[in-house]
Write a protein that binds this ligand. Structure first.
Ligand SMILES: NC(=O)c1ccc[n+]([C@@H]2O[C@H](COP(=O)([O-])OP(=O)(O)OC[C@H]3O[C@@H](n4cnc5c(N)ncnc54)[C@H](OP(=O)(O)O)[C@@H]3O)[C@@H](O)[C@H]2O)c1
Length: 297
């Protein structure tokens, strides 16, 4: 099966390209809960494109790559993901997260490729006060969330996989901040009034492979199991990294200095009413594997 991955150099893309090649990412993957068979050597023929290879805002480039490569499935991970900066760069955020998705979706329809597009819990306001499933109505509160929701609406034939609070080995994430604080004995403050679900990038990548194999359509929620505030996540990360939970104290979002430019959902754990018993592992499990992998590198 031929797969085109856009945004392949990003956090999820790096893990997905490895999983599709039958390589286990260093943070490990939990496939058992998804009922997934391991990837067989040669099962997937992967075209992995970063932004320099394929900019999804360039219609001619998208058309050319899909027409010549003829992928069976396109996994669109390419996105403008700078949540706060998007408030100042709405045109750019929409150009990628809506316009780019529309272009990819049209090319997929024209050349018969199935589209698997990735979206976010930030399409929700988070004001319902309960975990959110696929039939809940989005009500984004930020430019990033609104641009991602606008993009979702261009996916007519394929699937939209919404995930949340993704952390992986690449880049400097809040988990790296916690690990450095644990090593240096420093204290931190994190918000206790934003609650969601942490998702290990490698686990999400494994889930995406399951959906590459299986032609699901419509919206699917796939995030780590359970829920926690950022404060609770960082307290757990500190402990797992050899520090103490007492190194972090809880604050309210309104106390953040500087204030966050974009409004985040206060309560946005994602659950699925479509996947039944199939799920990703508890967020603590993915976090522990990630911290061990980071410590070993
Ligand atoms: N991170 C999260 O917490 C989170 C949560 C829920 C959903 N998601 C969604 O999950 C997907 C993957 O996220 P991620 O965490 O892997 O993000 P990421 O690390 O920021 O990766 C995004 C990728 O998209 C590329 N990109 C940006 N603009 C592009 C363009 N115009 N054309 C082609 N590629 C472009 C980036 O390339 P450059 O690096 O060169 O810019 C990068 O390779 C995104 O759809 C995101 O919205 C993320």
């Amino acid at each position: 099966m031929k797969i085109l991955v856009t945004g392949a150099t990003g956090q999820v893309g790096t893990d997905l390209v490895q999983v599709l090649a039958g390589i286990t990412p260093r943070a490990g993957v939990a496939t058992a809960l998804l009922g997934m068979d391991p990837v067989a050597p040669g099962e997937f023929d992967v075209m992995a494109c970063g932004r320099v290879d394929l900019d999804i805002t360039t219609t001619t480039a998208i058309e050319a790559v899909i027409e010549s490569g003829r992928p069976d499935v396109v996994v669109n991970l390419a996105a403008y993901t700078k949540v706060d900066l998007a408030e100042d760069e709405p045109d750019l955020a929409y150009a990628v997260n809506e316009g780019g998705v529309a272009t990819v979706a049209r090319a997929c329809e024209r050349y018969g490729a199935r589209l698997l597009h990735i979206s976010t819990d930030y399409v929700f306001s988070g004001e319902l006060g309960r975990p959110l499933c696929e039939s809940d109505v989005p009500d984004p509160q930020s430019v990033y969330g609104a641009s991602k929701f606008a993009g979702e609406r261009h996916v007519h034939d394929g699937a939209v996989v919404r995930s949340s609070w993704i952390v992986g080995l690449g880049g400097r994430t809040v988990i790296d901040v916690a690990m450095a604080a644990a090593a240096e004995g420093r204290t931190l403050q994190f918000v206790a009034d934003q609650v969601g679900t942490l998702t290990a990038s490698a686990d999400l990548a494994a889930g995406l492979v399951a959906f590459v194999r299986e032609p699901l359509s419509g919206v699917i929620h796939l995030a780590g199991s359970g829920e926690a505030s950022w404060y609770e996540i960082i307290a757990t990360a500190l402990e797992m990294a050899g520090g103490s939970r007492d190194q972090v104290s809880p604050i309210a979002t309104r106390e953040l200095q500087p204030a966050q430019r974009a409004k985040r959902p206060a309560y946005s754990p994602l659950i699925s009413e479509r996947l039944g018993d199939r799920r990703l592992p508890a967020w603590q499990d993915g976090l522990e594997r990630l911290i061990k992998a980071k410590q070993a590198s």
